[in-house]
Ligand binder design. Structure first.
Ligand code: NOJ
Length: 569
């Protein structure tokens, strides 16, 4: 089957189902809620949806701990609701991709329950090891969520590996039977009609032979031994050859610690390509060191370097996935923009990434400028990683300091319910919401944004529509200007008879601006901007502009008017 690369023309919307919209009044977002909002999603100009996990799950990691891969959780509406949503999305011209989480399962998954009892064929489905002498663990790896990466299981009398929560045991992908299970899952959903997968930490699925100790920095020990492991390409290739090659589908791989060169070993567009796009983390690190928990002041230069590195690094060889937010990171306006200039900076951020080359993803709530959440009590946090951090790490720091760290770092900020109205529970549910609604919902909500032609929401619509109208955004070259500026991001796109200049201020203060040499702004169309009035010489706070030059199509001969005798010109 030909892979038509349809994803190159699309804009995706990510739904984190628990907090998107509750349709049945139980306080938890669900597929009935999604069904209600399909027209809204489409109205953004979006034509693809990525669903974070919808499968049955105990919910220790909000669905990323799956107990049945071939079903939809009853609390999300079950398979009947999914079928309706899939049909409804397709009827509106939207593709649908699922989250494939196969580095680990839930410990409640039947495979694990049988594996711990050594019931074949499941005995070696997971990574089991006896402890070492003197009660030492099998190796020194850390879990990314809580403590060490090994948990002793009384039933089996051995340790199992869990790179994430204790209830998320890692699958043993070296076992061919496990790989067959993955292929069954892929086929099941593709045969159902889904259009592809976002593959959760897929670069972790092959662990170094012998599971050796690692000497990397504490708290991420092991990362070098299980990320991009020795058989990763073999396994991904196998999934491709045995299943994905038969469908015109798309794959998007989540890949921590990857640079463009490494990414190309997976996504380079040549025979043997394993994956279509990668979720890289470098553009998420402009205010931190590898993780949001090690906070640094925001550096636009760092962000621009990462953006340009990926634009240039993949040029002509691979395809970028573009994003500012997802369910694993705090809200971008609070990080890279300004809460004081919420909508203005949200627009600048939107323009900064939407006109780059690649496939953009918009995370639920991003389009209305939802911001971080600042609870007073650490007990209000829900996320397993966040709670571990507060209660077990840096405990010698004062509670106030630790709480402030969560405000900056916790992914729960991206998981509060979507704010639909200024009514009770922000219109998210008629029941008791499963999680706290951000207190700013009276000001920040979809209904209010709909009513305001200048809202961030309507700006997103215009930006997406413009992007789709201009072939240069899909195919043109990328060139950054003013790379050393720490206050503005300027880049050009060129090709297909069109030229774009994108200018974004990342400052609350006005700044001087001169167009790069060779760009005659007077001859350009100002195709998009976030100030109502004509631009001045200076760049105003968080101002963004998209200038467009188009080569005029040669005038066509028309019978109605003679080109020589026509009155008008
Ligand atoms: C990455 C997912 O995006 C995140 O939400 C999850 O907690 C981990 N992988 C573990 O599945």
């Amino acid at each position: 089957m030909t892979h038509t690369q349809w994803y190159k023309d699309r804009v995706f919307y990510q739904i984190w189902p628990r907090s998107f919209k509750d349709g049945d009044g139980d306080g938890l977002g669900d597929l009935w809620g999604v069904y209600e909002k399909l027209d809204y999603i489409r109205s953004l100009g979006v034509d693809g949806i990525w669903f974070s996990p919808l499968y049955p799950s105990p919910g220790v990691d909000c669905g990323y701990d799956i107990s049945d891969y071939m079903d939809i959780a009853p609390e999300f509406g079950g398979m009947a609701a999914f079928d309706k949503v899939l049909e409804g999305a397709h009827a509106r011209g939207m593709k649908v991709i699922m989250d494939l989480v196969v580095n680990h399962t839930s410990s409640r998954h039947e495979w694990f329950q049988k594996s711990r009892r050594r019931i074949d064929p499941y005995t070696d489905y997971y990574i089991w090891r006896p402890g070492k002498a003197n009660g030492r663990l099998p190796n020194n790896w850390d879990s990314l969520f809580e403590g060490k990466a090994w948990q002793f299981d009384e039933v089996r009398g051995e340790y199992y590996l869990h790179l994430f929560a204790i209830e998320q045991p890692d699958l043993n992908m070296d076992n061919p039977l496990v790989r067959e299970e993955v292929k069954k899952i892929l086929r099941f959903w593709l045969d159902k009609g889904v259009d592809g997968f976002r593959e959760d930490v897929i670069t972790f699925i092959s662990k170094a032979d012998g599971l050796p100790n690692d000497r990397l920095m504490p708290a991420a020990r092991g990362l070098r031994k299980y990320n991009h492991g020795p058989h990763i390409h073999q396994y991904l290739r196998e999934f491709y050859d045995d299943v994905l090659a038969d469908y015109d589908c798309m794959t998007l791989a989540e890949a921590p610690m990857v640079n463009p060169k490494k990414a190309l070993t997976y996504i380079e567009e040549k025979p043997g390509q394993e994956i279509d796009m990668m979720i890289q983390f470098q553009t998420m690190n402009a205010d931190c060191l590898a993780t949001e928990y090690v906070h640094l002041p925001f550096s636009l230069r760092k962000l621009k370097r990462a953006w340009s590195r990926w634009q240039r690094g993949l040029e002509g060889r691979g395809w970028n996935m573009l994003y500012l937010e997802n369910h694993d990171h705090p809200r971008v306006i609070s990080r890279y923009g300004s809460e004081r200039m919420r909508e203005r900076s949200g627009k600048a951020l939107a323009v900064a990434y939407l006109f780059q080359k690649g496939t953009p993803f918009i995370y639920q709530g991003q389009e209305i400028g939802m911001t971080n959440w600042y609870p007073e009590d650490p007990e209000m946090y829900e996320d397993v990683q966040t709670r571990w951090h507060y209660f077990n790490i840096a405990t010698r720091k004062s509670p106030e300091k630790r709480l402030r760290r969560l405000w900056l770092a916790s992914r729960d900020s991206a998981r509060t319910p979507v704010q639909w109205t200024d009514g009770p529970n922000a219109g998210f549910t008629e029941g008791e919401p499963w999680f706290y609604v951000n207190g700013n919902y009276r000001e920040v909500n979809v209904a209010r944004a709909e009513a305001d032609p200048d809202s961030l929401l309507n700006f997103y619509r215009r930006a997406v529509a413009l992007r789709k109208r201009l072939p240069v955004v899909r195919d043109g070259s990328y060139r950054e200007y003013d790379a050393l500026s720490g206050r503005r991001y300027v880049y050009a796109r060129e090709g297909a008879g069109q030229r774009l200049l994108v200018v974004c201020s990342f400052s609350e203060a006005e700044q001087r601006f001169r167009a790069p040499a060779g760009f005659d702004l007077g001859a350009a169309e100002l195709a998009l901007q976030n100030y109502p009035d004509a631009p001045v010489d200076a760049l105003r706070p968080y101002e963004c502009r998209v200038y467009l030059w188009q080569r005029q199509a040669a005038p066509r001969y028309s019978c109605a008017k003679s080109p020589t005798t026509g009155s008008g010109s």
